[in-house]
Ligand binder design. Sequence first.
Ligand code: ADP
Ligand code: MG
Length: 867
Amino acid sequence: MERALKRLERVLELEKQQGYLNKAVVGGIGQFVVYWVTQAQEEAEDEADLALAEQVSQVLMDYSRLSGGEARARAIDTLLANIERRRQRHAVGPQSSAPQAPVLQPPVPQPPVPQPLAPPPSRRDEPAPRPQPTPSTLQVETELDIEDEEDEEPALEEETWEPESDEELDQPPVAADPVGLSRPITSLKGVGPKIAEKLNKLDVTTIWELLYLFPRRYDDYTLLKPISKIRYGEQVTIIGTIWQTKVRRTRTNQPITECIVNDGTGSVQATWFNQPWLAEQLPAGMQIVLSGKVELYLGRMVFNSPEWEPLEMEPLRTRRIVPIYPLTEGLNAGKMRELMQRTVKEWAGRVPDALPDEIRKRRRLYSLGRAIQQLHFPDSQDAMRRARQRLAYDELLLLQLGVQRQRRDWQTHAGTPLSIEPEQFDAFLAALPFQLTGAQQRVIDEIRADLAADRPMNRLLQGDVGSGKTVVAAAAMVTAASSGAQVALMAPTEILAEQHYRGLRGLMEPLGLRVALLTGSTAAAERSAIYEGLADGTIQIVIGTHALIQPTVQFRRLGLAIVDEQHRFGVDQRAALREKGPSENGDLLTPHLLVMSATPIPRTLALSLYGDLDLSILDELPPGRQEIKTRWLRASERERAYNFIRRQTAEGRQAYLIYPLVEESEMIDARAAVEEFDRLSREVFPDRRVGLIHGRLPSTEKEAAMRAFAGHETDMLVATSVIEVGVDVPNSTIIVIEAADRFGLAQLHQFRGRVGRGEHQSYCILIAEDVSAEAEQRLAALEATNDGFVLAERDLELRGPGEFFGRRQSGLPELRMASLLHDVEVLSMAQEDAAALFAVDPNLEWPEHQALHQQVRQFWERAADVS
Ligand code: ADP
Ligand code: MG
């Protein structure tokens, strides 16, 4: 349970440092512990662990209700002491010397499919291979646990970390590719055109790529149990022969597939529901690997819907931890392993290792060659962990080097100090229709302090949907504009830009500031007028889309750039924006930058991810917000949703109906939305005013539809996902999301944030049928909570960070090996090491840093390619 405890300790220590304000994690400690306890229970090694997890959850669940620092301090200290006691117990207990039992994992939470870190040069321009799904619970735990190892490892003895026998695995780093790793796989012995073609399907064409085709999981036969030894409640793997398979039907006529599996020590029954076709795939006589939780049915032990796989006998003879590669038709597992074994033996050691030796030794990381070798053919669970750790470290180091570099770049030139007369600022505040929340006040102070400095601000503002980021942006704008600087606000879509324009103009113009809207569809004449106004400084504030960073746009004195919804703002855009700064006496000045994001991530994580990038968090919603009631309905229950809409609109409220991405093509989506719109407005709601908005409409029509809805000229708005972010119509109280399972959790949460923005109770109805197990968890999570932070953690767990923090979300490169959720220690190592590298060699020019330099570039270029 060490990992869970470490995570908990970090949070509690931070909470202590911060003076017990319940701010160590966004959403509060009570929320954190709800998810923590699941992890802890999974990792628990004995009854005492379970009891400890229970105690932690009991105490912390009510943390927010403990009044005063003293009570909170007592609670935390008690828990920390108990954790310490547990550690001592385990240090002296009999378990300490036994190797950690490998943990069977449920299929989803970790990023199991390692992919090339620095993809071989020949294919850099092609899309990176997608990680394969991992359908089996046979997957082996490969999380890192660095601390665990520290005690066991002797001091910094180089030899310890080198491969025992294969010296070739650790050659000095090479810069380019003199060894021929980019050669086609057909140059390998035994790989002819036929096999090459099959490997091509896995995006493997070169030797290098083959080496980086890591197992999608492992079968660890050390976890096996004979059937006679399995116990109720255990998670186990068995191997046996199918004695009998049959399909029977329940009283409600649901098919149930039942198998009897025997392994010579006993028999057990496995049952699958609603999958009658399984019977054919599981004939009597077949040898099978089953993995799942042992349950009781009528007094007998059974597996309900266990993971299963045909047994391959061959590996059993050779190894205990067997790599399972992505499947290729016509290339059987044995052959694949054999090919890998030869390739790894011959080539792994020749892969150039860009990591400076000094770091590798200090951090006691595997050499790259050894890591690759052990990831394919691990000698032990421990070796596998360390191999993965090395590759995860590499990714996180490249990530950190990039993030820190971005910040340094932003701040290489000076900025302009900007401030506002207090009376003027008070006038702005007085004109607001509401009082700022405490969080808004705090964040505005942080921003104004940054603006007042001559170092350009580079701040990330995080706040859940509806936390009131817009007014924070407005405060920054007023501050900048009143000291004579220009301000640009960039939004991801025209609709949002237009909405910001409508909202902010009302606040800015009374203060004598001129505001313009510039998007892709601004008419030519107006556009040139705006260009002129920006160039001569008569326009102080411009709001728009990416149109703002086109080369034709020139500012006279751009002092502040604000970017709304960070996840569509890539590296290039950042650079383009920076270029727009003014120059003074030939010196380029960098504008202050404020990036606003509605994707909540845990505070600790945000801090380690962004390094010391300044981070502001809006962790308080404006007063009077109600919980949005969320229900998941089947398609057959859709009529209930319609009735509900009828009632709400009769009471004067408004509703959104969201249709998903049906196809990759906007055109087809638009058509689907148009058809639904026809049907709804004619057949279902003939007596309601229905509007329509989708991505293919000309922007005047989009604007018109939005305006009509905002002005309550329509009761309902049928929309595709263009509506996603930021749209604000407080009178709307229902959002119905069709095919909700096709959207990610973060996106659904964003949609839901369209309602509950006014005084009325609001509702979110998710419609989905036949969803996958993972989608089911997503929908259930939405039903269970409104808290963006909790959902963010859940989303990370469900989808893995590759998706969650994928480049589409964050503008960050995709991580394939590292997990931002689980590899927090590695991340902070990488953060330190990146800072240390920049401290001694700011441009990574030293010979020993050249290879690394190049990798950073490639890593981030890949992110830019796709964004
Ligand atoms: P987001 O953070 O999602 O961009 P918005 O800035 O759109 O949130 O604000 C959401 C809603 O809350 C808006 O209708 C806004 O007017 C309102 N709002 C913002 N701050 C406050 C406040 N301090 N008190 C009351 N309402 C507020
Ligand atoms: Mg917003």
